[in-house]
Design a protein around this ligand. Structure first.
Ligand code: F6R
Length: 250
């Protein structure tokens, strides 16, 4: 695994955007796997800047999102479709028909999940998958469990995730309790993975995920088995990881 340590959130975002830009420049018709949440917001803002500066062309890019809340309409300001439009898609020349976010309004879980897996297959797989890291080690909405889920599936969100996400809603009762998410296998099939993490609150889970044993209790730990992962994280997020690594090497 390639680890890039940055001073702060802003530098993490700039470096991540540079890596995504390199992917688009090297392969203009690439397939990007995209994430939502607070971590990638500034990364997307840098991509929009690069587009506005004439450095990036999204006209042939396709994108597949990791997840979507079940039951939220695309125009609900907490839906992940809305997030993607607001933070990236509305500001660059990506074609709407080339952007795929699981359909939160389709309540037939089997159909949504099959459609999402079929899309990834038809596109020929993901070239670069962007990930954030949940406080409990989740990636996408693959929550800690007894095994690693494979394809896209519907999940019951854990109490800790509902709690963490309640900051975006007027009250905790409004946070959806279920989501559609790509599975671990779908994520692991991406050719390259870029995971971005910032802040002291995630220092403990970064150390567990990247130095601890590979276990479905810490879903992100599976990334240790992927041949091409880059972790871009700020000093605060890497603080415990660096300390433990030093102790191991001493
Ligand atoms: C979002 C997603 C989640 C987030 C994770 C971290 O599409 O898949 O796994 O990446 O919950 O969220 P933030 O960035 O808000 O800390």
């Amino acid at each position: 695994m390639n680890i890039i340590q940055t001073k702060d959130y802003n530098e993490m975002s700039r470096k991540a955007a540079n890596l995504i830009s390199a992917q688009i420049i090297m392969k203009p018709d690439c397939v990007l796997g995209l994430a939502t949440g607070s971590t990638p917001e500034q990364t997307y803002a840098y991509l929009v800047d690069a587009y506005n500066n004439g450095d990036l062309d999204f006209s042939k890019v396709s994108s597949v999102n990791l997840d979507e809340y079940r039951g939220l309409t695309p125009d609900n300001d907490q839906s992940y479709r809305y997030f993607m439009q607001k933070n990236l898609f509305d500001h660059v020349n990506i074609k709407r028909e080339n952007t795929f976010v699981p359909d939160g309004m389709e309540l037939d879980a089997k159909k949504v999940c099959k459609d999402h897996d079929d899309i990834m297959r038809k596109l020929g797989g993901i070239d670069l998958q962007l990930l954030g890291l949940g406080l409990n080690g989740h990636i996408g909405f693959n929550e800690p469990s007894d095994d690693f889920p494979k394809g896209t599936h519907c999940v019951d969100l854990t109490e800790s995730t509902i709690q963490a996400n309640s900051r975006f809603f007027a009250s905790i009762d409004e946070v959806p309790t279920q989501a559609y998410t790509m599975g671990i296998q779908s994520i692991m099939m991406a050719k390259k993975i870029l995971i971005i993490v910032n802040g002291e609150a995630k220092a403990d889970i970064v150390a567990k995920a990247f130095l601890g044993p590979v276990t479905p209790q810490v879903p992100a730990s599976i990334l240790q088995m992927h041949p091409d992962v880059t972790l871009v994280a700020d000093e605060a997020a890497l603080s415990i990881y660096n300390k433990q690594l030093k102790e191991l090497n001493d």
